[in-house]
Structures are given as C-alpha cells and as structure tokens.
Write a protein that binds this ligand. Sequence first.
Ligand code: FEO
Length: 397
Amino acid sequence: MTVELKKGVYWVGAVDWGIRKFHGHELSTHRGTTYNSYLIVDEKIALVDSVWAPFEKEFLENISEIVDPAKIDIVVANHSEPDHSGALPAVIAKCPRATVVVSKNGAESIPGHYHQKWNFSVVRTGDSIDLGKNKLVFVEAPMLHWPDSMFTYLTGENILMPNDAFGQHYATAFRFNEQVNEAELYEEAQKYYANILTPFSARVIKKIDEVLALKLPVDMIAPSHGVIWRKDPLQIVRKYQEWAAQQPEKRAVILYDTMWNGTRRMAEAIGHGIAEKGVDYKLYHMAVADRNDVIAQIFRAKGIVVGSPTLNNGLLPTITPIPEVLKGLKFKNKIGAAFGSYGWSGESVRIIEDHLKVCGIPVVSEGVGAKWQPTESDLSKCRALGAAVGAAISDGN
Ligand code: FEO
C-alpha cells in the first residue's frame, strides 16, 4: 500500500505490526513500528531511505505501484542502520546505475554493511540535487543518532525527511499525526527520545537551531519511523527542544528487585514518604518490568530511587544493568537515593550510591539498609528517606 503525501511524493514503506523487540532485543516496541521510505517522482526519480530487509518484497511492490524501480535515478541513504538500509541491495539491483547519495560518514558505513560497489555520491551540509521541478537539500546530522545520520529536505513541497529524528516506534493504520491517538503518539515519541537520543541532547539543540536558522518552510516532517508530522509539524521540534533541555518533571521513579519481599516493602514505604510531600511517583519491580518503559519514566522524573537486596556481595542481576544504561544515557538534573535489605554482608546500598554518583546523579539522603526483613523502625527510615526525596523534588528548581 502506498500513500501520496503531496503531488508526486509517496510513502512506499512498510508497517511492522508484529515487532516487539528492536535493535536485536535491546529496545521494546509494544506498538510495533514502521519503516518509512519516500519516493519522489519529478523529472528525476528519487527514493529516500529503504526498509528493513524482511519487508523488501512488499517495499518493491509499493514502488512498482508508482514507477518501475528500474527508473529510479537517485537513492538517498540518510543512515546505514539496517532498518533503513536493509532493502538497499534489493532495490539497487533493480536500478544499478542509480546514484546512491550518502553523507561523508555514510560513505564508510553503507559499504561497511553491504560491501557493494554502488555508484556513491557523497554530500555535505548545503549540497543539493536538482530533480527538475524541486531539489533535494542535505543537512548532515552526525550522532542523531549515528555518525552517518543525515536529513534530506525537499524544496517546493517543503518536506523534511530527518530519518530517525522525530520518529516513533508506532505501527498505525494511517500515516499522519492528526489521524492517530495523540496520547499514544507522544508516549512513543518520548520513549524513543529517552532511550535513543538523550545522550545526544546537546547536539539535538544545536541541530534544531541550525535548521531553524535556515528559515525553510516546513509543511511536513517525515521521519523514518512512525507517523508523519503534518498538522502543526513543528510541534515535535518544540517538544524535542523541551526534552533536550532535560528539565525533568517533579515526580519520582522507584525501582527495585526483591527475593523475599523485604526490599519490596521498603520500596513501598519510600513511596509513601514521597507521596506525603505531594510528589507523584511510579514504582517498578524490575524482575517483571520493561526496562525501556522504566527508562522513559526515569527520563521524565526528577528523582530516581533504586533498591536491591545484597546477593553475593553485589546487586540482584535485574538491577545491575540499570546503572550501566543510566551512565550511557547521561541523564541530567536528577537526584537519587538507594535502599535494600540484606542478610549478612549488606553492600548493596553503598554499591547503588556509588553507581548513582558515577552517573552524575547526586544522592540526596543517606540510603537505608535493613537486615533480614525490615522492622517498623526500618520502614520508618524508608518513609523518611522517601520524604527527603519528595522534599528535594518539590522544593528544587
Ligand atoms: Fe531507525 Fe538508527 O535506525
């Protein structure tokens, strides 16, 4: 199925309703995703990005609904990750003389994936290709989110195709933002930003400033995943500016794992203390919670409280990856605290506090450890810890 976005500009991608794990098994995609590819029929015919290889058959059928793929003159590969480049070998086999347009870094990464001697053309920011009536203009966007990432803009129809930026893992019946559920759309857009783009927030702000300074008219922002921003397209740009500023909401996330419910009872007491200060929180048992969903909630929240029993002088293995992920995502403007029960050695609280500090998350109050099952006195200390976290959140700027 294809959709005409504007006269002579078509969505020819694929909707993947079934995918639940992305990047191998790194990222959860509860609502599926789409692989967006755009076909522009002008005096020359251009294709911007492709789809993941398992969808190449329907992708070629989509293109063939509009034009014979052999007639494609230009294939733009904005980014080499296989969800967008996977069908390049199949499509270029149909149009072997087409020019494959890549960024400077794409000139390394695309051949690095496919080891093919295609007819590459390297473009830099500001370069353009005349299609006849309109032009393609290129803007390099390194580290948004790979070194090769690039935006392509179509003059005349005023469509920005920024590849992964402004995308969402969101399979839908319709292609435009005003046709889908807004709450679901923003939930997925924020989860995508939190899990993929947060470490590059400074670059996001700079790139948006750079693109806005060009004063290009923008009728649509057509990313490579999810819906196309047609109604008030700059709304997602404003939202990215807000997210990239990393000014979290006055709320908290408590995450923990537990063996015999001691650490769970501590987590709940901490939650009561946070709520006493009028601060909302979410509480996750990491043995059964989705890590990417929790990361999205941590992204939103000012406070993060982490708990684990001590096991073999360390943390439970469901908690161990969290500091590693937090370190990589480089969240800013957070506060933290730690807690956990233990039987004998009891290192978990100190280990979590050390991890939080390494992640740039200051510990607001000394953590609480409880030997065996927490006593009423231990639970009072947990409530007090929660109240300290709540107060720091509600009183902070
Ligand atoms: Fe959607 Fe970076 O690939």
